[in-house]
Write a protein that binds this ligand. Structure first.
Ligand SMILES: [Zn+2]
Length: 213
């Protein structure tokens, strides 16, 4: 698995596994690179960013999409905050594109889409709330998230599809932090649609610091 990954420049200061279905968060300082690896393929990594200095500033899907005039995230994409500031750059990815508009799954959306029997299924919104609660953030701090590795094509008629992924085992994203941020991941527990190939699997996360300090 390691052999398939391009080298991550800098000093590795974190290298850990996010178990299937779990929440994760960590500070990423400006100049550090956060790598997320889709270990087994087609695993959606739901993702939010908050500014460390003031978490009222956070990732904005609207600002990011409007500025780049594209709903997909590809190499070089700049993730903007709700104040229009660059938070992170997609420095490298081995997946063609990533989703900005599919949102996070929730118990409520599961019941609407898949039936009331799914109400008890663990969902990304609960993961985000769990991770954010450690920093005093609540439901009002939830915003539209990125879905790394998730394939949500816009169909000819304008509808969104949630279809088989275009990611594969060992593919990755590298995010270069443009400011000090708190990165939050929900390793999506969804089992009712193909975003995780109906089988939630672990992610690997790494953070590399620049060699010069
Ligand atoms: Zn989810």
């Amino acid at each position: 698995m390691n052999d398939a990954l391009p080298p991550l420049e800098g000093r590795i200061i974190l290298d850990e596994i996010v178990p299937a279905r779990a929440a994760w968060d960590h500070i990423v300082r400006r100049g550090e690179t956060l790598r997320i690896v889709d270990l087994e393929g087609n695993q959606s990594a739901d993702f939010l960013l908050y500014a460390l200095h003031d978490d009222a500033e956070r990732y904005s899907a609207q600002d990011t999409i409007a500025a780049q005039r594209n709903v997909y995230l590809t190499t070089g994409a700049l993730l903007l905050s709700n104040e229009g500031n660059p938070m992170a750059r997609l420095a490298s990815t081995t997946v063609a594109r990533h989703d900005t508009i599919g949102g996070a799954c929730s118990c409520e959306s599961n019941t609407l889409r898949y039936g009331h029997h799914t109400k008890s299924h663990h969902a990304c919104v609960e993961n985000f709330l769990q991770a954010n609660a450690r920093h005093g953030r609540g439901k009002r701090d939830m915003v539209s998230n990125i879905n790394w590795f998730m394939n949500v094509p816009i169909e000819q008629d304008g509808n969104l599809g949630i279809v088989d992924g275009i990611s594969a085992p060992g593919l990755h994203v590298d995010l270069l932090a443009e400011m000090d941020v708190i990165a939050v991941i929900s390793n999506c527990p969804q089992i009712n649609n193909p975003c995780n190939a109906f089988n939630p699997t672990p992610l690997r996360v790494m953070i590399a610091a620049p060699l010069r300090v």
